[in-house]
Design a protein around this ligand. Structure first.
Ligand SMILES: [Zn+2]
Length: 472
């Protein structure tokens, strides 16, 4: 009888085929009424024959104490065992692989279920192996390394169409799911006892629940649509450098005792800013804290500002209860972006200076009659102009820098028109932080409030300058 035309395969050919039952095409074995839904009912006998033949192969590996290499095998659906569950090799009493297991250039046409199997050495799934369904490792133990990578990162079409499920899975050795293009990874109560690498990969969902990482975890340079780390524990170093997030990151329930690196994390979408990918205040605080530990003050300040914005959002929701704190936060944000933006503080100082000095021009004291006149038409005209300038400024807000210049220039024009103080002498006097109040000076309430505002803005200006150059 003719044998399979694959190298190193001595199995008999199937009728009308030049390949054996392990290596033959199985496209006619199933019906696919919906994409991703395969019905194998009509080929039940063939499926059983396949698994019987595979057991022969596994036993031959066992006898020769060799590495279990599954080469170019096309797997149908999993075997139906006594409990009516599908699993890989479930009919074998001994669910252990004593030696290294390698899947090389194989195709799994349905789900690949490795549940409860113990791999005493490593499990290596090479980049050319294709999975049409899910890969399930629930309750499995992998004592050696686990390689599951290189799913053609640059191709839109992944070799892996389903999800990787690891429920209560124990990875004793190194776990490498890097350089991959995976749809979903679901880790639930899993344990990673050695280094785990998810770096340089693209995931749709990376969901960790109650998962424990004992050693270093590397997510760097990966792109995720959604990453969720609920009740997950990171004991050693965790690297998120250059990770791109599609949805928000939430570290509220994440426990960490080792260092974390969040350098250069960003949104997948260039138009979405950092503040929108940090879900809440606690997450911003954890990231800020990680930078502070590394003495990276500039990055820490960035996340401090986000922490404050998130606090502001929290206060926004409890505005009625905490209105004063909310107001203080609001002012803090508008005036200097929570002490992060010295130029913003300066912008407000100059503008308040203009407005303050403008009011001075409208009030003219007639020294002969000691009568104070107020130029109402000019006053109203100027107010209208200021509002118009702010309105236009708001419209062109997208061009952040231009709109500030526009507002400043507008206010300058109104001020000069009214006061003819081209050299801005009055303005300088009004905002002069070194001016000393002398005994004879009178101060009305409006002026006092104005001075307090200027003093506050000056303080914010100084703090903001200091924040960005602060060294510990
Ligand atoms: Zn063959």
């Amino acid at each position: 009888m003719a044998t399979c035309n694959l190298d190193n395969c001595n199995n008999a050919c199937l009728e009308d085929e030049n390949k054996c039952i392990l290596h033959c095409e199985k496209n006619s074995w199933y019906k696919e009424p919906l994409i991703g839904m395969k019905i194998w009912e009509e080929s039940e006998d063939k499926v059983n024959d396949f698994w019987n033949q595979l057991r022969v192969l596994i036993n031959s590996f066992r006898r020769s104490f060799k590495c279990f290499i599954f080469n170019q095998i096309i797997f149908p659906k999993m075997e139906n065992n006594s409990q009516n569950k599908f699993n890989f090799f479930d009919n074998i009493l001994n669910l252990e692989f004593e030696n290294e297991v390698v899947f090389n250039n194989c195709i799994f046409l349905d789900d690949a279920d490795f549940s409860k199997i113990i791999f005493l050495k490593s499990l290596h799934i090479d980049k050319d192996t294709k999975f049409d369904g899910d890969v399930i490792l629930n309750d499995a133990i992998i004592k050696g390394t686990f390689y599951f990578h290189s799913f053609n990162l640059n191709s839109l079409e992944s070799n892996f169409k389903g999800s990787l499920w690891c429920k209560r899975t124990v990875f004793d050795g190194e776990c490498r799911i890097n350089n991959s293009n995976l749809k979903n990874i679901y880790l639930n109560n899993a344990e990673f006892k050695s280094i785990s690498k998810f770096n340089n990969s693209s995931f749709n969902n990376l969901i960790c629940l109650n998962t424990l990482f004992y050693d270093t975890v590397d997510f760097s340079q990966s792109t995720n649509n959604r990453i969720q780390l609920d009740y997950t524990v990171f004991i050693k170093y965790t690297n998120f450098q250059d990770v791109k997030f599609g949805k928000t990151l939430n570290l509220n329930t994440t426990t960490k005792s080792g260092e974390m690196n969040f350098l250069n994390i960003q949104s997948k979408d260039n138009s979405i800013g950092l503040v929108d990918i940090i879900e809440n205040r606690e997450t911003a605080r954890i990231i800020k804290d990680s930078f502070e530990k590394q003495n990276n003050i500039i990055e820490a300040n960035k996340y401090y500002a986000i922490e404050m914005i998130k606090r502001e959002e929290e206060l926004e929701n409890e505005k009625k209860k905490n209105w004063f704190e909310w107001l203080v936060f609001k002012i803090h944000g508008i005036s200097s972006n929570h002490s992060q933006d010295a130029l913003l503080a300066l912008f407000w100082i100059i503008n308040f200076g203009f407005i303050g000095s403008l009011f001075d021009c409208f009030t003219k004291v007639d020294y002969v009659s000691d009568f104070i006149t107020f130029h109402i038409p000019y006053f109203i005209g100027s107010i209208v102009m200021i509002l118009a300038i702010i309105g236009v400024g708001d419209i062109i807000k997208e061009y952040k820098k231009t709109y500030k210049f526009f507002i400043m220039f507008g206010l300058y024009s109104i001020y000069v028109f009214n006061s003819e103080d081209y050299g801005l002498t009055d303005l300088a006097n009004v905002i002069n932080p070194f001016s000393i109040m002398t005994k004879g000076d009178t101060l009305n309430l409006g002026m006092l409030i104005f001075k307090v505002i200027i003093a506050y803005l000056m303080y914010q200006f100084i703090v903001s300058v200091r924040q960005n150059t602060r060294r510990k």
